[in-house]
Structure formats: structure tokens, C-alpha cells
Design a protein. Structure first.
Length: 302
């Protein structure tokens, strides 16, 4: 009987020690922030000691168990980053504050022979933003046309083949010789006035990469909430109540959401979009305005 009690005591001691194995770890990390403005991908260097596992909390609702993660902050603000180092039944947490600043606004002005349109480019789509600014500074768009106009849908330009193009010439296939990877972002939707990247169809472009230069500006039509429901079901994402309300108020083309990259929004010149969208179009070259609508300049305003 005494031997049995002694064995049970040994088992209890063993189980207790197993539940609390390991020395207390040390939690510590460093951060590499390429730029202080959002959006930015931050690299975290784990310099903890004596840990078997890790839990990161990036302070924006996202977590990771990677030892040395990289995390992209889409928005600005001050975030408390936590790293919990775990060894057996013991864990220690360290924290640092990370401040990401509001991005600098990037405005461009598209000057046409019907008037000017001012657009703010989105910092959430940096590849499209940088590419558009690059082409603008190179005067790539000067003399090109709004070659495709569909009232209630959109106005499209940016094809270099449209420069001095005869009336019978088919347009819409030209570009700078490269594409831009898709940058679909929740919250960047096809409201009226959205600046979006044109692209080739899915059959020849399964990654949905954008044209290197062609773009369209949404003219759009009034939206019924039932259509938004269909889009959400088809694309497997949810609009917020504010986004639904804005679509109902402003109109747009939600059927293109999360399928074509939106990379900016018109701030001034909605009446110019209306003028261009309602121009008479050709019967022999569908959707091309009978009278050429030229882009005289694209100015970068910083």
C-alpha cells in the first residue's frame, strides 16, 4: 500500500513538472519600416531567446505565428505590436508602438479639349499610382483620345495607337509594352468617378493584370441594392452599410468590383465626365466618339 502511494506521488510530481517545463523565455524584437507613410510592409526581426513558439499581434487585428514575419499596414495610425515568446508552460510578452503616417496625397489633372478632370490617386494601389505618374511625367498621354465612350458606363483612354488615329482605325489594343499586376483592394470600388485600369479578358489574362497605360473613368448609372447583393454573392465579399449607401447615392458599376483595379477617384470635373460620356459615337467604329476627344496633358500636382 505504501509503495502504491509512493508511486502515485512520483507520478504527480512528474505530471506537475511536465506542465511547467522549460526556463522562462526572453521576448524581444526589432522593426524595419521602409517608409513612414501607409501603406507599408514592415519586417519584424525576432531576437527572443529560449523560446519554442511565438505569437505576434500587429495591433491592427492581424496576428502571426511566424518567427520573423512581414506585415503590411494598409492604413495609418499608432499600433501596439506585441510578441509573445513561449517555452513549455511559460510565456513572456514584449510590446512596442509603431506609428504609420497618413500618406501624402497625389493629385493628377487630365486636361481634355472639353475641360479638366482632377483625380486623387490611391496609396492603396502603389504600383498603379507610380505607373500612372511615370507615364504622365513622360507625357505619354499627350495627344491620345478618349477612344471608347459608353454613356451610363464609362469613358476609356490611354491607348497610344489612338494618337492621330484615322476614324476607321480599330483602337483599344495599344500600350507601353508591359502590364501591371492587379491590385484589388476592399473599399476601392467602382463608384461614379472611379479611375480604373483597363485590361484584357480573363481567357487570355487569367491573373487579371492591368493594361500598362489604358484606363477608364466610371460614368455609371443609379444602383439598386439587389444588384449589390448579387455582386457580393458572386465575388464572395461584403460591402459595408456606408458603401451600400454611397453606391445608392452616387451610382457606378459594381459588377466590375474586385475584378478590375480601381486606383483613384475624381475630385473635380464630374461635369466633364458627363460631357464626354454623352458625346455622339460612331456607327462604324462602335463606342468611339464621332468628334475626337483629345487628352491635351496629364499634369501631376503634388
Amino acid at each position: 500500500m505504501k509503495q502504491t502511494i509512493y508511486l502515485l506521488a512520483l507520478v504527480a510530481i512528474f505530471l506537475t513538472s511536465c506542465g511547467d517545463t522549460g526556463n522562462e523565455p526572453v521576448s524581444a524584437f526589432k522593426m524595419t519600416v521602409p517608409t513612414e507613410f501607409a501603406p507599408v510592409a514592415v519586417t519584424f526581426e525576432n531576437v527572443s531567446e529560449g523560446a519554442e513558439a511565438y505569437m505576434w499581434d500587429f495591433g491592427d487585428g492581424q496576428t502571426s505565428t511566424d518567427a520573423n514575419p512581414e506585415h503590411k499596414y494598409e492604413y495609418w495610425g499608432t499600433f501596439t505590436v506585441s510578441l509573445t515568446a513561449i517555452n513549455g508552460g511559460k510565456s513572456v510578452t514584449s510590446q512596442q508602438n509603431l506609428t504609420i503616417k497618413e500618406p501624402i496625397r497625389s493629385l493628377v489633372e487630365i486636361v481634355t479639349d472639353l475641360g479638366s478632370i482632377r483625380i486623387e490617386l490611391s496609396n492603396l494601389t502603389p504600383m498603379h499610382k507610380e505607373n500612372f505618374i511615370k507615364l504622365a511625367r513622360e507625357k505619354f498621354y499627350v495627344g491620345t483620345l478618349f477612344h471608347r465612350v459608353i454613356n451610363g458606363f464609362m469613358i476609356q483612354g490611354g491607348d497610344p495607337d489612338s494618337r492621330n488615329a484615322p476614324a476607321a482605325k480599330s483602337l483599344g489594343q495599344g500600350g507601353p509594352g508591359y502590364t501591371v499586376p492587379a491590385e484589388f483592394r476592399k473599399g476601392l470600388y467602382h463608384y461614379k468617378g472611379a479611375l480604373c485600369a483597363a485590361r484584357q479578358g480573363d481567357q487570355v489574362n487569367p491573373t487579371k493584370a492591368s493594361s500598362g497605360s489604358q484606363f477608364y473613368i466610371v460614368h455609371g448609372a443609379p444602383i439598386q441594392e439587389a444588384l449589390l447583393g448579387q455582386v457580393q454573392q458572386r465575388r464572395q465579399f461584403q460591402y459595408t452599410a456606408d458603401e451600400i449607401a454611397y453606391y445608392r447615392k452616387a451610382g457606378g458599376t459594381p459588377q466590375l468590383d474586385m475584378d478590375y483595379t480601381v486606383f483613384g477617384y475624381v475630385k473635380e470635373g464630374f461635369e466633364i465626365i458627363d460631357k464626354i460620356a454623352t458625346q455622339p459615337v460612331s456607327g462604324t467604329n462602335p463606342d468611339r466618339p464621332i468628334k475626337d476627344i483629345k487628352i491635351l496633358a496629364v499634369n501631376v500636382i503634388e
